[in-house]
Design a protein around this ligand. Structure first.
Ligand code: HEM
Length: 167
């Protein structure tokens, strides 16, 4: 059996991308509302177990999934000599170039905004109550931004190999 390296890299890319974006949607559609509901429920068990047992491993898979997605995506483009031309738009504006840039902005949001602020919220680094309040806002906005950006980003990823954008 001959290995098709390009297809293998793209498959790993899609696998990592599902881990990343699956957890992004879990945070936005499930965990954030669940923590709010648990906090508001004065007779319930509260959100402590979510913060202690679920959020840390979910965030670990999330941020390493994000890095793996970017590296395999950039690796796939580099493998066929298309990374620099698409990122610099030297051959015009391409669907995959726009998608790759959206993914790059999203990776920055994960490692530059969401993770450093989540570390403060989960007590992994020291922070005052005021710093935690700011951290919560920044992490939330960055996560919501990535959820919105994921829609055009996925349209570009899929559109590249399947007949362009849906509009
Ligand atoms: C932001 C997270 C990303 C996700 C969830 C994602 C997801 C996907 C998916 C689902 C496909 C398969 C499309 C299909 O065959 O229909 C794909 C293809 C691809 N992605 Fe991404 N991607 C992301 C970021 C990136 C980045 C940052 C790059 C490059 C720097 C990139 C480069 C590629 C390439 C080269 C392909 C193959 C396109 C082809 O089949 O010709 N991706 N991506």
């Amino acid at each position: 059996m001959e290995i098709n390296t390009w297809s293998l890299i793209v498959w790993l890319h899609v696998f990592a991308g599902i881990i990343w974006i699956g957890l992004l949607y879990y945070f936005n559609f499930v965990q954030v509302p669940a923590v709010a509901a648990a906090t508001a429920d004065s007779n319930g068990p509260g959100p402590a177990a979510i913060s202690k047992y679920i959020a840390p491993p979910a965030l670990a898979w999330f941020r390493w999934g994000a890095l793996a997605t970017w590296l395999t995506g950039a690796g796939a483009l580099s493998y066929v000599g298309e990374f620099v031309p698409n990122m610099l738009f030297t051959n015009g504006i391409t669907v995959i170039g726009i998608g790759a840039w959206l993914g790059t902005i999203m990776l920055f949001n994960v490692w530059g905004l969401i993770w450093p602020n989540q570390k403060k919220l989960l007590g992994m680094v020291e922070a005052t109550d005021a710093q935690k309040a700011t951290a919560k806002k920044v992490a939330f906005m960055a996560s919501r931004t990535n959820t919105l950006l994921s829609i055009p980003m996925l349209m570009c990823m899929v559109g590249h190999g399947h007949g362009g954008l849906p509009f």
